[in-house]
Design a protein around this ligand. Structure first.
Ligand SMILES: Nc1nc2c(ncn2[C@@H]2O[C@H](COP(=O)(O)OP(=O)(O)OP(=O)(O)O)[C@@H](O)[C@H]2O)c(=O)[nH]1
Ligand SMILES: [Zn+2]
Length: 290
């Protein structure tokens, strides 16, 4: 028989809340597994059959993980943007790079469509090939129907700048279920700065929401300058036609990416941000080697 794999949904001091088919059990770790980072929220674990109490014996291999706070096996990062506050394109660009580097799908959610809903086309044009989708929501009115189908059965994490509506959106999606609502009000009241551990909230529709205090997928931004272009699908596709191999698509002559930007086939704004990010990464690398 296949061993039962429990999902770690919360970690408090030396106790892990682990879940299987909606039933939550408290378990402890022994020995090496007690060390920081050995067991993360989102991990799948197997219990020690020889113990009468639930003791975690093993952690299943992770598909991916993020740090600070540690979460494993995330399926989808929802990058939330809105008409207000004005979108920080660098943040969106970096979030996408980070998701790709970590091997996590992401999608863009344009929230507050009740205020304005004119950006979808631009977002599809800029990011269409790099994300699983671009959806539109009005969380304040509970409108999240476009987003929901992407979440089913997944472990989902919301990211994006302050005040775009991440909390409102998660309430709109998780709301309605008493157990979850109770957890949510606790979530809102607990001090956001007093704890650094993440936890998973299970939604009635069968997905898991990564609830974290001050979560920032950005904390791990550590790609190399000359690898940055590998995280832009269209640049990878065009690079065969560049004169130089490899081409950073910045100052090389005969660059197919630059040509596509010039002819309007690629977003100039995103390209200009790429050049800036590339330059910043180069600078940081130079400073480190000095
Ligand atoms: N008009 C409109 N306002 C919204 C919508 N969603 C959220 N808001 C408002 O935007 C403000 C910020 O919403 P939050 O959900 O707190 O945003 P957040 O992204 O969680 O912000 P941080 O916690 O700072 O990261 C609140 O005043 C919300 O009422 C929406 O769909 N339409
Ligand atoms: Zn090039």
């Amino acid at each position: 028989m296949k061993e039962a794999q429990y999902r770690v949904i919360e970690h408090k001091s030396d106790k892990f809340s682990i879940e299987l088919d909606g039933v939550v059990v408290e378990a402890v770790a022994r020995g090496r597994l007690k060390r920081d980072g050995e067991i993360l929220v989102g991990d799948f674990v197997v219990l020690d059959e020889n113990m009468t109490e639930p003791v975690i014996a093993r952690v299943a291999p992770r598909r991916n993980s993020l740090v600070r706070p540690g979460v494993a096996n995330i399926d989808l990062v929802v990058i939330v943007v809105a008409p207000v506050p004005e979108t920080d394109g660098f943040l969106v660009d970096k979030l996408i790079v980070n998701c790709k580097e970590a091997g996590i799908d992401c999608l863009i959610c344009l929230n507050k469509s009740d205020i304005a809903n004119t950006e979808r086309e631009r977002l599809v044009r800029e990011y269409g090939t790099d994300v699983a989708g671009v959806v539109v929501t009005a969380a304040i009115n509970g409108e999240a129907a476009e987003l929901k189908p992407y979440l089913t059965g997944k472990v989902v994490c919301f990211a994006g700048q302050s005040a775009v509506g991440k909390s409102t959106l998660s309430n709109a999606i998780l709301g309605g279920d008493e157990r979850t609502v109770g957890e949510l009000s606790e979530r809102i009241s607990r001090g956001r700065n007093t704890t650094t551990s993440a936890r998973l909230l299970r939604s009635p529709d069968g997905f898991y929401f990564v609830d974290t205090p001050g979560f920032s997928v950005l904390d791990t931004f550590g790609v190399k300058a000359n690898e940055l272009a590998l995280y832009y699908d269209e640049y990878v596709r065009l690079s065969d036609d560049c004169k130089f191999h490899p081409c950073t698509h910045t100052s090389e002559p005969g660059c197919a990416v630059k040509a596509a930007v010039g002819s309007g086939n690629l977003s100039r704004e995103r390209y200009e941000r790429y050049v800036k990010l590339y330059g910043d990464l180069r600078e940081a690398e130079k400073r480190r080697t000095k």
